[in-house]
Design a binder for this molecule. Structure first.
Ligand SMILES: Cc1cc2nc3c(=O)[nH]c(=O)nc-3n(C[C@H](O)[C@H](O)[C@H](O)COP(=O)(O)OP(=O)(O)OC[C@H]3O[C@@H](n4cnc5c(N)ncnc54)[C@H](O)[C@@H]3O)c2cc1C
Length: 373
């Protein structure tokens, strides 16, 4: 493994690490990426790419490739007891990208990796960061290759984009406060023959929880939710075929106490995790990478925490509230699900906010508000 000691090191070749390398390159900074896995992940995970991400990736040419590959979902419907009561038409939103672009995370990572290769940025696989320390002058990292070889390096900066269980975060002793919700969510990528509209997203609310359904491509759908017997609860008239991927998980809502320590920065799931409601996880991480690269451009990287923490906390709190409404077993949560059709009619602003939330346009990046120009 050859790590160039004059370049920024990025730990993790997930979507956020790849996007960080691209944004840094756009701003004139070179980087190396290390990744502990031997090959890219094949899982579909994050499916929805929002308008904010498409805007940020435009300059790199990645947006154009995403648009050529993905499928556009222009609206989201909410159903209660199999009756549609809200139809959010995203296509009328005032943005260049008034839709949610649907493609698997594996496809997003492939397109980002191709852009990385075109720019001759190294992705060094089979290489794990096992330790890191930052001083005022540099960062010392300890890296381990798959054959057990250990190497120490000194570098100018380190970006920890190494996912929810981040070694970088743990090494820095940065707290990851938040909550773990009771109960489990199930996720299926499954072949369906269904009467519901194939080009729209659908949320089904029940007395005991909810389900979200989005077609990935062809007849393959993502079905995700927090009710028992998930696949038996999907709409009447739906025939279930082959299950291509199945996962279950417990929802956590957490944001780091600090997004950086001296010359080391955290981005993506390493810094924040939340439920998949709203498809914000990967998008918010790519936004971290963009903001950090912009700050590097003007040598203001030490403002990263003060800029990102409030923005990310606001989104995670919103996701947390929506998730508790979707899965809550308390009387208020059940009443909220039951009366949400009424609330939507009484408060039309809710729908404007919901559309902004889906597009990732519910907050500003505030880069122009920094004290130093
Ligand atoms: C089942 C599931 C479903 C999901 N569904 C959605 C969804 O519908 N919408 C959505 O927006 N999000 C979804 N997410 C979340 C989304 O996948 C994440 O937000 C996204 O992957 C975050 O990207 P990341 O690059 O920060 O982290 P990751 O994708 O986790 O990438 C981190 C990378 O770092 C590598 N790594 C870890 N430790 C080290 C180390 N010490 N040294 C070197 N490399 C290391 C890992 O191997 C990995 O490749 C889902 C996640 C899961 C698990």
């Amino acid at each position: 493994m050859v790590i160039e000691s004059n370049k920024i090191l990025i730990a993790g070749a997930g979507p956020v690490g790849l996007a960080a390398a691209l944004f840094l390159h756009e701003n004139g900074f070179e980087s190396n990426i290390i990744e502990k896995l031997p090959s890219p992940s094949i899982f579909s995970k994050a499916l929805g790419i929002n308008a904010r991400t498409l805007t940020l990736l435009e300059k790199s040419g990645v947006t154009e490739k995403f648009l050529a590959n993905g499928r556009k979902a222009h609206s989201i419907n909410f159903h209660y007891k199999n009756k549609c009561f809200i139809h959010y038409d995203i296509s009328k939103a005032k943005t260049k990208y008034p839709f949610l672009l649907v493609q698997t995370q594996a496809e997003s990572e492939r397109i980002l990796s191709e852009a990385i290769q075109e720019r001759k940025i190294q992705i060094i696989r089979n290489t794990e960061l096992v330790d890191c320390n930052s001083s005022e002058k540099n960062v010392e990292v300890t890296l381990k290759s798959a054959d057990g070889n250990i190497v120490k390096n000194n570098l100018p900066y380190l970006i920890g984009a190494d996912g929810a269980k981040s070694t970088v975060r743990k090494n820095l002793g940065i707290e990851f406060p938040g909550e773990s919700l009771d109960g489990h969510w199930n996720l299926y990528d499954v072949e369906l023959d269904t009467p519901i509209n194939k080009d729209e997203g659908h949320s089904f609310l029940f007395d005991d929880g909810g389900i979200f359904m989005l077609r990935i491509k062809d007849n393959i759908w993502r079905v995700i939710g927090c009710v028992t017997d998930l696949l038996q609860r999907i709409p009447y008239g739906t025939k279930t075929g082959k299950i291509l991927w199945k996962s279950d998980f417990q929802v956590n809502h957490r944001v780091v106490d600090n997004f950086c320590k001296e010359r080391i920065f955290l981005a993506g799931d390493a810094a924040h995790i939340h439920s998949p409601l709203g498809a914000r996880g990967m998008n918010l991480g790519i936004e971290d990478a963009y903001v950090l690269a912009e700050l590097f451009k003007t040598n203001q990287q030490y403002y990263y925490n003060s800029l990102r923490k409030p923005a990310v906390k606001k989104v995670v709190e919103m996701v947390s509230r929506s998730t508790k409404i979707m899965q809550g077993k308390t009387v208020p949560a059940k009443l909220f699900r039951k009366f949400s059709p009424l609330l939507n009619y009484l408060f039309p602003l809710v729908s404007t906010q919901a559309i902004k939330f889906a597009l990732g346009l519910d907050h500003e990046l505030n880069l122009s508000k920094l004290p130093i120009k």
